[in-house]
Design a protein around this ligand. Structure first.
Ligand SMILES: NC(=O)c1ccc[n+]([C@@H]2O[C@H](COP(=O)([O-])OP(=O)(O)OC[C@H]3O[C@@H](n4cnc5c(N)ncnc54)[C@H](OP(=O)(O)O)[C@@H]3O)[C@@H](O)[C@H]2O)c1
Length: 276
């Protein structure tokens, strides 16, 4: 039995589908079972990742667990996983965890989550992916409102990754002990600027969309309205100070899954209805 946290999210929902398609028994952690759409045969369980004591039942009998980073009591969460007798944790972390810069709020939660997993004694695999293609869904309100898409950090290219491919890597790691003790860094197939992504979306949606780059001051104002300032600072550190280079293309998806990673056009075509 494999436990999947975040089973209704971009990555977790793809992972549940991948594992179910592989014929593996899956237990999916959801918060709202009435509205969670899961493949047939997948067992839904409820619990709160911020309250490890709610996961005792959901974790009973699991062989391996897929976990997200950054919840309130990661050591407590890992203690529940260990107590359940799980033999492997696959943790979704992020590329910045490598720097260990604890002054950056995003890096800090990733690094602390990795440390909790390492210290638990449960064998692990860490996934440090590049930015997700699904981040483009943030543009949905703008796309619905008009053709101009205001983008922060217009000069920063990312080898963005389809959550489908990240989930395929996670599935291999969960099903195959050979990745224990490894840090996998899956990326997409090419580095794209925000304007490149907007151009692809324009083609897929048959719209005259165009990207308008925000200045750093404009980006800071818009982001501060949407998230805590420590996260705004973290993204400025990544993309303006250049502490995180997500433009590097790595062969991980091909090496682990035997398939080339999907392009942004593949992702956009698969998710076109989400933008309409
Ligand atoms: N976006 C990127 O570019 C990027 C890059 C590197 C790493 N990451 C990491 O990847 C992670 C997953 O990304 P994603 O796009 O799949 O996220 P997502 O779509 O926002 O999904 C998050 C999932 O976690 C669940 N969840 C949230 N809080 C919970 C709680 N307290 N208890 C139980 N379940 C809870 C949500 O459930 P509900 O459906 O009930 O809300 C949802 O299923 C991110 O959190 C981030 O740390 C992201």
């Amino acid at each position: 039995m494999i436990f999947v946290a975040g089973a209704t999210g971009n990555v977790g929902s793809e992972l549940v589908r991948a594992l179910a398609a592989a014929g593996t028994p899956v237990r999916a952690l959801v918060r709202d079972p009435d509205n969670a759409r899961l493949p047939e045969g997948v067992e839904a369980v409820t619990g709160d990742l911020n309250r490890p004591e709610t996961l005792t039942g959901p974790l009973t009998g699991v062989r391996a667990a897929f976990l997200l980073s950054g919840y309130a009591d990661m050591p407590g969460l890992l203690a529940e996983i260990r107590r359940a007798g799980a033999e492997h944790v696959v943790l979704l972390s992020g590329g910045s965890a490598a720097s260990g810069d604890m002054t950056n709020a995003v890096t800090r939660y990733m690094a602390l989550s990795e440390a909790a997993v390492r210290e638990s004694g449960v064998p692990w695999t860490f996934l440090r992916p590049s930015a997700f293609m699904s981040n483009a869904l943030r543009w949905l309100p703008q796309i619905q409102a008009g053709d101009e898409i205001r983008v922060p950090f217009p000069d920063v290219a990312t080898a963005c990754l389809d959550p489908f491919d990240l989930a395929a890597v996670a599935a291999r790691a969960l099903l195959d002990d050979r990745y224990q003790g490894e840090i996998l860094e899956p990326t997409g197939p090419e580095a794209l600027l925000p304007a490149d992504q907007v151009a692809v979306l324009a083609g897929v949606l048959g719209r005259d969309l165009r990207a308008v780059g925000l200045s750093n001051d404009e980006a800071r104002a818009e982001m501060t309205a949407a998230m805590p300032v420590e996260y705004v600072d973290a993204f400025f550190d990544f993309y303006v100070n250049g502490s995180l280079d997500e433009s590097v293309v790595r062969p991980t998806v091909l090496q682990v899954t035997g398939r080339a990673p999907r392009t942004f056009a593949d992702w956009a075509n698969a998710h076109a209805d989400d933008f309409r």
